[in-house]
Design a protein around this ligand. Structure first.
Ligand SMILES: [Zn+2]
Length: 502
């Protein structure tokens, strides 16, 4: 939609045709806003980092129901690990960041309030190296560090505020519907990304984010060239996509000759470095090629691309392409072909945690439960830090009916990973239910809902648990939990009301 495209508002954009300019929008519209209505009680002065985080959580709670949200522990662990590594080198304090994947072929990433950063599959698939991907994430974290999103949402422009008000209204409607309103969920990320587009970022903001991002990128050991290579790729992509839409990264973060030469100058000032891409990057990139395909045509072209790579490439990239083909066959429920390609991926003794996970998934799909258990047990030994494998192992334990072992294992993993992996609570609840512990099951399911921001669903689980419990001490504990959840729900409602009436 060109009307929400902010490219035309700033000069010095290269490679973009005049067709993208919005008629009637003066070029100087980005100058200091004058006489805008105030945001009322939700003015930027009052949008503390804590409120910003709550707003981000409210958007995420709905976004998680969005069909474009990629609920994939392998991907979110990879992206968040990369993001936190970069953020640990942020100038002036380490921001809290959480990355997630979005199923969208547009080359884009977007930061939301509270340090939540969405990364499109299109960006991952088109990155030619891990450093290129890290460069875009580092730039986004640069905006988070400088609090550009919160400031922009509340200060900078009237349309942005109106869109934020409409998003807040939609989130409130979803809350009123018990949080289960899928139609609203569908729009959450789209609206959040559209607000970013509407705001755009000022030239000063872009310069700050580039500077901070470059520093994070190089200190974290990535290849500094990754940033200039990625910028060149993005400029090229926006040229090719002329008029195709405002969803690409370059439309939110306008690329200019000035930005480009700033980055090139910084690269020149550094000794040459060589970052070796992790195997994880190549396997997850192949996976995202498959995950991204939503219809028969795009799935076919993903398959063709992987076939071409199998022919043209060698080493880890060839193995990753075979893994992608295996994953695609698995999705089509063709387990024989999936296994054949997975074996080809393992040629020359290659192996990866993603391949091991797919091996377990194939065994589970074939109902070969003891095999799934054996494979997952070996995999968690070899890759003890991979959360997706821990989940696969717990699933395998459940598949053979070993719910007591599953419970014990999940509790240990919750201690280790609980904050980053809410689904562990969901699985724990399943095993508790099977073990005849319905009260514990509901309380743990409530924890899962609290962690994913679904407070109304959490309250309903707790009320059920309260009704089932016969133990006085336990009942009073649950009462405390219910009050906490109700308070959180009320706070969220209040926060959204403020933005809605802004
Ligand atoms: Zn930017």
């Amino acid at each position: 939609m060109p009307s929400i495209c902010s490219i035309a508002k700033r000069g010095a954009i290269i490679g973009l045709s005049a067709a993208l300019a919005v008629p009637g929008l003066p070029v100087a519209a980005w100058a200091q806003p004058v006489g805008l209505p105030s945001m009322g009680s939700a003015s930027s002065a009052e949008l503390s980092p804590m409120l910003e985080r709550s707003l981000g959580q409210a958007i995420m709670a709905q976004g998680r129901r969005d069909p474009t949200y990629i609920d994939d522990p392998e991907l979110s662990q990879y992206l968040t690990t990369m993001g936190r590594k970069l953020a640990s080198f942020a100038p002036g304090g380490v921001p809290d960041v959480e990355m997630f994947g979005v199923r969208d072929p547009e080359i884009n990433a977007f930061a939301m309030p509270g340090g939540y950063i969405g990364v499109n599959t299109g960006l991952i698939v088109s990155s030619a190296s891990e450093s290129e991907l890290a460069a875009v994430l580092a730039h986004e974290i640069g905006h988070v560090v400088q609090r550009h999103i919160a400031r922009g949402m509340t200060q900078q422009n009237q349309n942005g505020m109106l869109m934020l008000a409409s998003l807040a209204g939609a989130l409130l409607a979803a809350l009123a519907g018990g949080g289960g309103n899928l139609a609203v969920g569908v729009a959450a990320f789209g609206q959040a990304a559209a607000i970013n587009r509407q705001l755009g970022f000022s030239r000063d903001a872009e310069r700050e984010a580039d500077r901070a991002g470059f520093q994070m990128l190089t200190k974290a050991g990535y290849d500094a060239q990754g940033m200039s290579q990625m910028f060149a790729r993005l400029m090229n992509a926006s040229r090719l996509n002329e008029g195709a839409g405002g969803g690409s990264w370059a439309s939110t973060h306008p690329l200019s000759i000035e930005r480009m030469s700033d980055v090139q100058n910084r690269v020149r000032g550094l000794p040459a470095s060589r970052h070796v891409d992790s195997d994880d990057f190549w396997y997850l990139r192949a996976k995202m090629r498959v995950v991204q395909g939503r219809d028969a045509v795009s799935l076919r072209s993903a398959g063709q691309q992987l076939q071409d790579e199998v022919q043209a490439l060698s080493g880890v990239r060839r193995s990753a392409a075979y893994y992608g083909l295996a994953l695609q066959a698995f999705q089509r429920n063709n387990q024989a072909e999936a296994e054949r390609n997975l074996n080809l991926a393992a040629a020359d003794g290659r192996n990866s945690s993603q391949m091991a996970k797919l091996g377990v998934d194939i065994a589970l799909a074939r109902k070969e439960y003891p095999k799934a258990l054996e494979l997952s047990q070996a995999a968690v030994k070899r890759w003890p830090d991979q959360r997706a494998l821990g989940i696969a192992y717990a699933q395998a334990l459940q598949s053979v009916g070993r719910h007591t072992d599953a419970q014990e294992y999940l509790r240990a993993k919750i201690k280790q990973w609980g904050n980053d992996e809410p689904s562990l609570y969901q699985m724990l609840a399943q095993s508790e239910e099977r073990n005849g512990k319905p009260v514990e099951a509901r309380r743990d399911l409530a924890r899962f809902y609290v962690m994913t921001g679904a407070f109304a669903a959490a309250e309903s689980q707790l009320q059920q648990a309260r009704g089932m419990s016969t133990d006085f001490y336990e009942q009073s504990q649950i009462d405390v939990q219910i009050k906490e959840v109700k308070d959180k729900l009320a706070e969220e409602r209040q926060l959204l009301e403020r933005f809605k009436s802004g």
